[in-house]
Design a protein around this ligand. Structure first.
Ligand code: PML
Ligand code: MG
Ligand code: MG
Ligand code: MG
Length: 256
């Protein structure tokens, strides 16, 4: 069996993340041994050229994956065009509701949303108790060990007339891993990169629903919230997010 390595990067400014530094960039790849160098260089470039600033803390690590890598079909994609942030956020709330997140829970999360900005990982918000349930130490959860082989992604992108953008690829990889799990009801995300204003709502039910404006240009506040069913086991869910290796693989015979 071919061996694969999980390669991951995180970069921050004014100290490391755990010492309260500002998050600059993070990234995940899975590579065969002969491609590890290329992955490390790609992640290094991502961190050194980031629009959130020049990092003064950077960590890149790799480790052997010793369990089977599960394959998942990418979520179907749709793009919703909006003109204003208000329209975008209203659409996000409606898509969350259609995905099965109760209205009261959506309102509660939006009221608290400024507390969810500035984390490097994701916030877990339970739809049963209407509150944040990832760790009290405020660490948030980092989804890891996932990738989409370049050629298959390029085929998918060309077929869907989507740009072959690394950003879209990385976001769809994460959204697919997260939303194909039964504990996830839906995800809400927009970037913390000041120049990037498109975000999305994703769920099993609606797929990956891009929304073209969820914040103003120049705004460095991003968020990633997983609305989850807290009746299910939280620790095995977090274990899945952090540890289960996933490859996204699009089958061109399945036209969505
Ligand atoms: C990010 O930049 O961290 C998230 C980007 C989410 C949207 C990507 C897209 O579909 O355009
Ligand atoms: Mg990020
Ligand atoms: Mg790669
Ligand atoms: Mg970012």
């Amino acid at each position: 069996m071919e061996k694969f390595y999980s390669v991951r990067m995180r970069a921050s400014k004014e100290r490391a993340h755990e010492q309260g530094g500002k998050h600059i960039s993070g990234g995940e790849q899975i590579a065969a041994y002969e491609n590890v160098r290329e992955s490390i260089i790609a992640l290094l470039d991502k961190a050194l050229t980031h629009t959130r600033g020049k990092p003064d803390f950077l960590q890149i690590q790799f480790d052997l994956i010793d369990e089977p890598i599960r394959k998942l079909e990418p979520l179907p994609l749709a793009t919703n065009k909006v003109e204003t942030v208000e329209e975008g956020r209203l659409m996000a709330r409606n898509l969350l509701e259609k995905s099965g997140v109760p209205r009261a829970c959506i309102e509660k999360a939006f009221l608290q949303i400024t507390e969810f900005f500035g984390h490097r990982g994701a916030i877990l918000f339970d739809i049963q108790s209407n509150q944040r349930v990832d760790h009290p130490n405020e660490k948030s959860v980092r989804v890891s060990r996932m990738d989409w082989p370049t050629d298959n992604f390029a085929q998918w992108a060309d077929h869907h007339a989507v740009p072959r953008s690394k950003r879209i690829k990385e976001a769809l990889v994460l959204a697919t891993k997260v939303n194909r799990n039964r504990t996830t009801v839906a995800e809400l995300c927009w970037s913390d990169d000041p120049e990037y204003i498109t975000g999305y709502v994703a769920s099993k039910k609606l797929g990956y629903q891009r929304i073209t404006k969820l914040k103003e240009v120049g705004d460095e506040h991003g968020c990633r919230i997983f609305f989850i069913d807290g009746k299910r086991d939280l620790s095995s869910y977090i274990e899945y997010l952090e540890k289960q290796p996933i490859f996204i693989e699009w089958d061109p015979r399945l036209i969505d």
